[in-house]
Design a binder for this molecule. Structure first.
Ligand code: TA6
Length: 296
């Protein structure tokens, strides 16, 4: 189902029989909403989000490609998040039955303008699927379509903004004891020492070589997000906290309390594709009721 979203921008609404849903904007190939079968929103979307090109939408799942952050000389987080994607007329086949799944296939190809700053031939196919249990799956396939023998490299992230009840009551499991690059300390490398990760100030870290399963426990909501990933070794954790939040024009002053970015990514070691090669990066999100007890 394709319809008009904010400011007349085209969006695709995915609905699953038990009531869960998701919304994907062609602008950015951007998932802006993911609701469970009770109609509860699971992704954070800024109260001041601007749905207007060339600004990327603040919240949901922006796609960072072909560059994460400022790890290179392109615009921050690359250009995929502020380009208009198309419905893919020639999508990849489904390996399993599609009957009980709602999905959409999008494609991004280089524009003449992009060719000036990033002169590479590629096809970027994005499939967004809502599974029978309400799980949200994003699969990116990036292919080098060069006919002149030219390889290219890129970094990548699914910059997912999760909706949380109170950031001070949230913890992440699966990243403890790992090495990370700290964006707040000139990307210096540190090793995480403590227990599970909790939040009491600004955090902007790129965890390296992370496990394929990470859990985000929201104590107050009694909800656990489980993030599973393939082809994406790194994981970014970001919360701007109060001061930085005030400096971000399209983020409400108190929004930082209700958001947490945990981003499946490939950053430390860029992906290189020779002509004809394809890379696949997959993200699977589920939200389950949790029985987490803080008084341990
Ligand atoms: O993923 C974390 C990060 O790179 C932070 O450094 C922070 O700036 C954030 O992304 C948002 O970037 P944006 O360009 O969307 O304002």
């Amino acid at each position: 189902e394709i319809c008009k979203g904010v400011n007349g921008l085209d969006k695709i609404v995915l609905r699953e029989v038990r009531g869960s849903s998701a919304e994907v904007y062609l602008y950015g190939g951007h998932v802006t909403s993911w609701k469970n079968d009770l109609g509860e929103e699971l992704l954070f979307l800024s109260s001041k989000a601007i749905f207007k090109p060339p600004k990327a939408i603040r919240g949901g799942i922006p796609i960072c490609f072909p560059q994460f952050g400022n790890h290179g000389n392109l615009e921050k987080h690359g250009f995929a998040r502020n380009r208009f994607w198309s419905i893919d007329p020639d999508p990849p086949p489904f390996p399993t039955a599609t009957l009980d799944k709602a999905f959409v296939d999008l494609i991004l190809r280089p524009s003449e303008e992009d060719n000036k700053t990033w002169p590479n031939s590629y096809e970027f196919r994005l499939r967004v699927t809502l599974g029978p249990g309400g799980d949200l799956m994003l699969t990116s396939r990036i292919r080098n379509t060069s006919t002149d023998g030219k390889a290219f490299s890129f970094t990548f992230a699914y910059h997912t903004y999760f909706s949380v009840s109170d950031i001070s009551e949230v913890r992440i499991e699966g990243l403890e004891t790992l090495d990370y690059l700290d964006n707040l300390h000139e990307k210096e490398r540190f090793t995480e020492q403590g227990d599970a990760i909790t939040f009491e100030s600004e955090v902007d870290k790129v965890y390296l070589s992370t496990p394929n399963k990470i859990a985000i426990l929201d104590h107050e909501k009694k909800r656990t997000f489980v993030l599973r990933k393939e082809g994406l070794p790194d994981a970014v954790v970001w919360n701007p906290w109060d001061k930085k939040a005030k400096a971000i024009a399209d983020l409400g002053d108190d929004d930082y309390k209700h958001m947490l970015c945990v981003e499946a990514a490939a950053i430390e070691k860029p992906i290189t594709l020779k002509p004809g090669e394809e890379w696949k990066g997959r993200l699977e999100l589920s939200a389950v009721p949790s029985s987490y007890c803080s008084g341990q």
